[in-house]
Design a protein around this ligand. Structure first.
Ligand SMILES: [Zn+2]
Length: 285
């Protein structure tokens, strides 16, 4: 299936960029119970797990496209002003060279090479490296921008007060028609081979980014953000502990499985310990 007709002639190169790691409760990774009980289970849980925080870069003929910006050092340096949930239920760890700017530079990608940045959602471990992209066209789902802005956003654990002054993302509205099991999408590249898809669940307006790699096998990639914390949970339809709407989150995971049945798909969530290795080995979902 070629989603929009013209695959890239030269296969795109994709990089997993680890921007540190985060320690969260196991009941956040895999939800327990029903309704509000799922959130309470996280506070009661005494088991923690460290997971990596990945951002991704696609070397595309139209310029480098980055998906998410990962963690920023400010999360460690100014922890006292974080939302209580982030202070007490989450730990971040990283070194200065883990920020996405240095990670890209190590690959020979400078800040002016990055033409587009797409944010799966605006949680602090996804927008933490925004400062590295002052000259990049930035996209996020319209509803996500609204939810994360202002005092409402701050109360919900977003950090709009730490967004750089230049941050003025273009709202994505998903008006470009369907793709496989998804009824709506937003095409990002002129070639039509990079497509944002609505993946509501983890947040109400969370999105993912689908890429046709242009290789001979028709391999596609889905940058899935926090649609699930790992591939097994997507395959088993297990919803995390923070999704406000468990049913909707489950439906999103079912659509991803349908997509993976239609195309050879590499599934790349932001916190999957196996993501970098899966990418290297081009293992499909
Ligand atoms: Zn998140």
């Amino acid at each position: 299936m070629h989603a929009r007709g013209i695959p890239s002639r030269v296969p795109v190169k994709i990089h997993a960029l680890q921007t540190g790691k985060v320690r969260i409760k196991t009941a956040q990774i895999e939800g327990r119970g029903k309704g509000i009980g799922r959130q309470l289970a996280i506070f009661r849980d005494s088991e923690w797990a460290w997971v990596p925080t990945f951002a991704y870069a696609v070397e595309h003929p139209e310029g480098v496209i980055v998906i998410d910006t990962g963690q920023g050092l400010h999360l460690l340096r100014h922890a006292e002003s974080l939302h209580p949930y982030l202070r007490w239920q989450v730990d971040f760890e990283m070194q200065p060279e883990d920020e996405i700017g240095p990670r890209l530079r190590a690959l020979g990608i400078g800040r002016n090479d990055v033409k587009k940045l797409i944010l799966t959602h605006l949680h602090v471990d996804h927008d933490g490296g925004l400062a590295h992209f002052p000259n990049t066209e930035i996209f996020a789902a319209r509803g996500e921008i609204d939810a994360a802005s202002g005092w409402g956003g701050r109360l919900n654990g977003y950090l709009p007060q730490r967004w750089p002054n230049f941050f003025d993302p273009k709202p994505v509205d998903f008006t470009c028609g369907g793709l496989g099991p998804f009824e709506e999408s937003h095409t990002v590249t002129k070639a039509g081979d990079v497509i944002a898809l609505p993946l509501p669940g983890h947040t109400a307006n969370h999105l993912g980014v689908f890429v046709e790699t242009g290789d001979d096998l028709g391999t596609c990639v889905l940058f899935a953000g926090d649609a699930s914390y790992n591939s097994a949970m997507m395959q088993q339809g297990k919803v995390d502990g923070v999704s406000p709407n468990e049913t909707l989150a489950g439906e999103t995971l079912a659509k991803i499985r349908k997509l993976a049945a239609q195309v050879p798909l590499i599934y790349l969530p932001a916190h999957d310990p196996q993501a970098a290795e899966r990418l290297l080995q081009c293992r499909t979902a």
